[in-house]
Design a protein. Sequence first.
Length: 170
Amino acid sequence: MDVRALIQGQFDQAHQILAMTLADCDDATFRRRLPNANIESIATIYAHSLFAEDMMVNGMIRKQSPLYQSGAWAEKLGIKSAAPMPNIEWSTGVSAGLAQFAGYLAAVQKSTSDCIASLSDADLDREIDGPVGKQTIAAFLSGLIIQHLAAHAGEIAALKGVQGKKGLPF
């Protein structure tokens, strides 16, 4: 199997699980921040997941402006900045509902797919400085970004569960 096909399949599956986890999530559940919790709302975690993928793929790998900046998503989502690490101050500004994120999600997924398809074998072997140190672009895509999506899908499932909803859809 081709490395690009493997990475693309992993991204597709991670996004599919995230979408399945959110499929029955109403806006109240999506936006709710649990009292006395040290975890953010589902909306904040979801926004962070998409922003991080956008920034890592477009900013770090493609060396371009993230779509959040170049595509006027700040205005469309009503979020002042794409914080790489959410905090309380930032998370209180995340009020967009799940449906409002659909266009940004589609743009990020297309950009990621286009990036993966465009990478040569030499590109995949090129090292970049990431949040966990130097690693090849292939390892960065396959490891950090995909694991990031999966970890946050688990957080979202848990937050749904403590709100009385079914977490993971399987």
